[in-house]
Ligand binder design. Structure first.
Ligand SMILES: Nc1nc2c(c(=O)[nH]1)N[C@H]1C(S)=C(S)[C@@H](COP(=O)(O)OP(=O)(O)OC[C@H]3O[C@@H](n4cnc5c(=O)[nH]c(N)nc54)[C@H](O)[C@@H]3O)O[C@H]1N2
Ligand SMILES: Nc1nc2c(c(=O)[nH]1)N[C@H]1C(S)=C(S)[C@@H](COP(=O)(O)OP(=O)(O)OC[C@H]3O[C@@H](n4cnc5c(=O)[nH]c(N)nc54)[C@H](O)[C@@H]3O)O[C@H]1N2
Ligand code: SF4
Ligand SMILES: [Mo]
Length: 915
């Protein structure tokens, strides 16, 4: 900053929650950040019109928070635990980095993998992958290191929209799925709390949609802010959404009928016409193994890809000869066998799931279900088209969206399947107005999901499952959460496959393993890095989890303040935070929540103010770690390959590579990355360095809106969506069962039942009651459901220590307390504001009663994740938390490895205010 420039406005971004990057400018007066403002230069570029949300307005306080860790610190008390003061003492960066380097070098000398076959180095990053947007070049350091275990989660993944992440990548090539809000007309939102969680983009888009006359039906046990600004609120009984969704399918198929549905889409873009044999497997051509369809022109069964065939979508047909292929390649020949089309199988299967049946389970009247199904079908406007960028495309403006609590744990597979089937029935799958995939994590490349669409088996897209064959199944886990061993669909593509593995198993199996466990005993990692994640608050059974963390031998935490997790750390490293550091990241195309754009490009986070204390830029820390562990050249090679950047530093027509023999300054690294990014984005027209970005903030090139939708790409390649009949998943589940049983392992048997071609209703909420009984408790003692919901003011627990956020949230009814229905409270003698105890079979949490009418009488809600005991500021404020009292058990883990934020509880008024 120069003296003649006392006030500057610095363009940068916020990515503190998954709805980023959102743009902003920092007003800097005489070197001090004083205000956060929108970035008006991005008004027509950014889908949130260049505006950040309320959380970003807390970044000024974040920067100058007096409770920040300002220097590296080391622990002086060797004992770890909640009751052990760590005795953190300031040390120099040299001492801190040398201590880590010494450890890491010793670890390397002993081999990267330990005696149990597990990586000696582990790392945990939190909140839905957002830390990657703040950790500079650290990924290049980790890549240079070699195998790293990302097994220990904080609830990102397994408590997140987990099943959508996995089935989204399967059906949409994307780990999040959104309504096409700019075009949609009717949305059924099962717990998708998008007005709170979708950032400014969602708020603006849904407001615009309401003006356009769209209708949103919010299906949710409590009247969230999203429900409050919906056309209709349907207070469903917790964890019964599969029943509701199955009944919608039932009404469409059995009351409206196939003729009212999108038959060309069903026939040509899905496996609806594939013939299923009496043994539940596809009937296949004996010579080629291809699934058969009934060709109405030839009146014969032919391979699905036979030219000019007109396959029958519904019906049963006699097939002269066929073969079925089961798990482990078991072939059975069939002659004169009846083939039922997959659609017919769906229709038969769903017949029992009538609205009357569902009403009894989910407490939604049958006529409401029937009406909603009818409204959905009518709004789908089957046959309508829309012009997108010069192409005529189908317009199917209806969507079912799923929030995180519907989307994990038992019942989540059923929800994901049912909502995708609902889109399929009306042709709204990846077509304008319908549902579309956004962020990509498992398929590659991450910046363009169309490129991962390639022909695979049976006319479907190629999939990258973890192998389940006898030869290739991973019998000895290579990660502590067993993601390759147990979860085929999570895939094997690097860090994200691991991070989306069953991370609670990593925590649980450190402590205790099932009796039938033939595998090596899991070890602790020798070194554990943690950044922007607080499992000791964010996970389940958090008090016990904190004790587990205390047993890790050596923990290095990048630390903003002391928190409940890094309380157990051996070293704290203060990195330069949001307004103090530099990084170039991708923006645009289709991404998280509602972020689909008319352009794509890159945006710079830049240092607006000097870092506080001794805080250092993450890229400097990563480079120093590489240098001190002898990994400098490997690290620079990774940077040159494009790891941590946006594009490789050398390509056709450009070469901005760094010299592997030199220690690169952070500025030099980001300058090269800026140049490589702009060159590749513009096909060589533009090359802009760091200085250009400091002034302009972002760089973009247009993308066609057509790229929002995947269906045209499938069409071009003649591929089909793997729906409605999940023959392959069933087969894979059977193979997995064979493998586990060959090892005499039966503790995953319950989960294996989830691999069904057509999912059945099972008593989903009953599983939580069963878990309670299994723990020796009585269901009648815990008569209420406790749920959680997110807060607009908080990004998980990441900004819990910011006083401004607390002040804002105090103004929202229920935010800081325990939300209880007024009638329930009256029967229990609880008044508004009374101190209450919420107790489950594993413990209790305390807060103040917030009485409302907008919640089911059998349900309580606690916003967010609090109950802090170490994080400065918030630890002194009484806030209850579901996480303190929700158990973590194998019985509540589904086949994809996730669980849900829900627990049975009792509530009572406290005689005296809680301490
Ligand atoms: N009850 C309940 N529990 C939940 C959820 C819920 O809705 N309710 N949501 C679940 C979901 S979906 C997710 S994704 C997880 C997320 O849970 P986590 O992965 O734990 O993420 P955060 O809570 O955002 O991480 C918080 C930590 O990051 C630190 N931090 C913040 N800013 C900085 C910084 O600039 N530098 C450094 N070094 N540290 C920083 C904070 O001090 C805090 O300790 O929580 C899950 N848990
Ligand atoms: N402001 C803000 N935005 C965020 C985040 C944040 O922390 N703060 N976190 C980001 C992350 S990591 C994620 S994963 C997303 C999550 O985004 P959302 O899924 O929209 O988040 P939640 O608010 O947890 O919404 C889940 C809702 O489901 C309801 N619910 C619970 N059980 C059931 C049930 O059985 N059936 C039905 N129908 N509803 C149920 C809960 O009451 C809750 O309101 O948000 C992202 N955006
Ligand atoms: S929605 Fe998320 S990324 Fe966007 S400004 Fe708010 S906290 Fe930042
Ligand atoms: Mo999440």
């Amino acid at each position: 900053m120069t003296a003649d420039e006392p006030v500057r406005r610095v363009p940068t971004f916020c990515y503190n929650c998954v709805s980023g990057p959102d743009f902003l400018t920092v007003k800097v007066e005489n070197g001090i950040a004083t205000e956060i403002e929108p970035n008006f230069a991005a008004e027509t570029v950014h889908p949130g019109r260049g505006r950040p949300c309320v959380k970003a307005y807390g970044l000024v306080q974040k920067t100058y928070n007096p409770n920040r860790v300002r220097t590296p610190m080391k622990r002086t008390n060797p004992k770890k635990g909640r009751d052990e003061d760590p005795g953190f003492t300031p040390i120099s960066w040299d001492e801190a980095l040398d201590t880590i380097a010494e450890r890491l070098t010793a670890v390397r000398a002993g081999g990267l993998i330990d005696q149990a076959g597990l990586p000696r180095l582990a790392a945990s990053f939190g909140h839905g992958g957002t830390p990657a947007n703040y950790m500079g070049t650290f990924p290049a350091f980790l890549a240079a290191w070699g195998p790293v275990d990302f097994s220990f989660g904080s609830g990102q993944g397994v408590k997140c929209t987990h099943s959508e992440h996995l089935y989204g990548e399967f059906w949409h090539r994307a780990f999040t799925v959104s309504a096409d809000t700019p075009n949609t007309r009717y949305v059924i939102a099962c717990g998708a709390n998008v007005e709170v969680t979708g950032g400014p983009t969602a708020v603006i888009r849904h407001a615009d949609a309401r003006i356009r006359g769209y209708k949103r039906v919010q299906v949710e046990p409590s009247l969230t802010i999203t429900a409050a600004c919906s056309a209709e609120w349907v207070p469903i009984r917790p964890k019964t959404d599969p029943a509701f969704l199955f009944a919608l399918i039932n009404v469409l198929i059995h009351e409206h009928g196939l003729a009212a549905l999108d038959q060309p889409f069903l026939r040509d873009r899905t496996a609806s016409a594939y013939l299923v044999g009496p043994n539940g497997l596809y009937l296949r051509d004996r010579a080629t193994g291809k699934p058969l369809v009934w060709d109405e022109t030839r009146r014969a069964a032919v391979a699905f890809d036979t030219a000019r065939a007109v396959p029958a979508v519904a019906g049963r047909f006699r097939v002269a000869t066929a073969v079925t292929i089961d798990a482990d390649g078991v072939r059975v020949n069939h002659a004169a066998v009846e083939g039922t089309t997959a659609f017919q199988a769906l229709s038969d299967h769903i017949a029992r799931y009538t609205p009357e049946w569902a009403a009894a389970i989910c407490d939604v009247p049958a006529e409401t279900i029937r009406r909603i199904a009818g409204e959905y079908l009518e709004a789908a406007s089957i046959g309508a088209t829309i012009e997108i960028d010069g192409h005529t495309m189908p317009l199917r403006p209806v969507a079912v969206t799923l929030g995180k609590s519907v989307n994990n744990g038992w019942g989540a597979y059923e929800c994901c399947w049912a909502r995708t089937v609902l889109a399929m029935l009306v042709g709204a799958l990846e077509n304008p107005g319908g549902i579309l995939g956004t962020t990509v994590r498992l398929n590659r490349p991450h910046d363009n999901r169309h490129l991962s669409v390639k022909p695979g088996d049976d006319g479907f897209m190629v999939q990258h499952f973890n192998p389940t064959s006898r030869e290739r199944w991973e019998a000895t886990p290579t990660t502590r959460n067993l993601h390759r061993t147990l979860v085929p669909i999570v895939g094997r593509n690097g860090g994200w496959s691991q991070a989306l593995g069953p991370t609670q198993l990593a925590w649980m199996f450190q402590e205790e393993r099932p009796a039938d466990w033939p595998m090596p005993e899991p070890t602790h990692p020798d070194v554990w890095f943690v950044y922007r994640s607080n499992p000791a608050i964010s996970f389940w059974d958090t008090r016990r989890l904190a004790e587990s963390i205390a047993r890790f031998p050596f923990m290095v935490a990048f630390a903003y303040t002391v928190d409940e997790t890094n309380y157990m750390a051996d070293l704290l490293l203060p990195e330069a935070t949001d307004l103090e550091s530099t990084q170039l990241i991708r923006m645009g195309a289709t991404k998280y929540m509602e972020h689909f754009w008319d352009c794509h490009g890159v945006v710079l986070r830049q240092q607006a103010v000097e870092p506080q204390g001794e805080a250092r830029d993450f890229t400097w820390i990563a480079t120093e770690l590489a240098r001190r562990t002898g990994l400098l050249s490997a690290y620079v090679e990774q940077l040159n390959r494009g790891v941590a950047g946006v594009a490789p530093l050398k390509g056709e027509g450009y070469d901005v590579r760094l010299d592997p023999a030199e220690v690169p300054e952070p500025e030099r690294i980001w300058d090269a990355i800026c140049r490589a990014a702009t060159f590749t984005l513009s096909d060589g027209r533009d090359t802009h360095g760091l200085d250009w970005f400091r002034q302009h903030g972002f760089y973009k090139v247009p993308v066609s809106r057509r790229s929002w939708y995947l269906t045209p790409t499938l069409e071009e390649q003649g591929l089909r969506y793997e729906l409605p009949y999940q023959e392959r998943l069933m087969r894979i589940g059977r193979e997995l069962r064979n493998r586990l049983h060959e090892q005499n392992m039966h503790w995953w048997d319950e989960q294996l039942a989830e691999y069904a071609a057509l999912p059945d209703w099972h008593d989903v909420p009953g599983r939580w009651e069963q878990a309670l009984i299994a723990a020796g408790a009585r269901t009648e003692d815990f008569p209420f459901w406790l749920l959680t919901t997110k807060s607009m003011q908080y990004h998980s627990g990441g900004n819990a220590g910011i006083a401004l956020m607390d002040e804002v949230s105090e103004n929202l009814r229920g935010h800081t307390g325990v939300i209880i229905h007024v009638d329930t409270a009256a029967t229990l003698g609880i008044g508004d504001g009374d101190p209450v105890e919420v107790r489950s079979h594993i413990g209790a949490t305390y807060g103040r009663a917030a009485l409302v009418k907008g919640v089911r009488p059998d349900t309580l809600v606690i916003v967010g994740q609090f109950d802090h005991w170490a994080t400065p500021y918030i630890k002194d404020i009484e806030r209850a938390s579901l996480n303190s009292i929700a158990p973590m058990t194998l019985a509540l883990t589904d086949a994809t490895g996730s669980g849900a934020d829900i627990v049975r509880v009792a509530v009572r008024r406290m005689e005296r205010p809680a301490a």
